[in-house]
Design a protein around this ligand. Sequence first.
Ligand SMILES: Nc1ncnc2c1ncn2[C@@H]1O[C@H](COP(=O)(O)OP(=O)(O)OP(=O)(O)O)[C@@H](O)[C@H]1O
Ligand SMILES: [Mg+2]
Length: 245
Amino acid sequence: MLRILGRVRANVLISGGTGSGKTTLLNCLTAFIEKDERVITCEDSAELQLQQPHVVRLETRPPNLEGEGEITMRDLIKNCLRMRPERIIVGEVRGPEAFDLLRAMNTGHDGSMGTLHANSPREALSRLESMITMGGYSLPSRTIREMITSSIDVIVQAARLHDGSRRITHITEVLGMEGDVIVTQDIFLYDILGRRPVRHADGPPPFDRHYQAAICRTRPLFQRGSQPRRSARTLQYRAAQLLDS
Ligand SMILES: Nc1ncnc2c1ncn2[C@@H]1O[C@H](COP(=O)(O)OP(=O)(O)OP(=O)(O)O)[C@@H](O)[C@H]1O
Ligand SMILES: [Mg+2]
């Protein structure tokens, strides 16, 4: 599924808590970008390691002692649009640059990616909205949501489970709007059915909640050859077709 997302140039948002492996996952996703695409990365600290030959790496800069010379993430995203990128990869979206990223995704930079701090795909959407509102844009919330739905295709949720393992818990597609609400659909779900204690040789006693492994199954919410539930333009449909071919 992740390979398909990289190939069909879906706009992907990776969401997750602190240390849940968002940046690592973003790094993996960029591996599916074609060699001949021009990629521009915007980061606070250069963490991504892209293997493609046409990569331009931009990094923010804090102000100097006189308080001058600061380069913000917004400056980077705005300027990188003039550098003819085919894809824009933003290390972490944490402020008003969310607006510029959405606009870039909307204006022909398909296949852009970014990470964001949130605990569920739903929360990621509302965080995105509040970042834009906090940036001082006085747009009605419906307009912001419309912008989000027309820009973001998929949210990949990463999580650090109680036993310390990092897992992708959701791959969720953003479908559109119904009234004032953003409609999403899970494509993959990592179902946690229960927990079992893990006994470490010299660790704390079992049943400590930090030493429990999840009992789970990965549930693809579509099968080969299955009919998609919604319109033929959805990613789920394309994914099913690609798996069939
Ligand atoms: N699938 C994985 N299995 C094991 N360890 C992992 C996995 N993914 C990430 N890690 C490790 O987890 C740590 C945190 O990963 P990463 O920096 O990608 O998280 P992050 O969500 O970007 O964190 P932050 O919120 O600080 O930006 C790193 O040490 C990384 O090596
Ligand atoms: Mg990170």
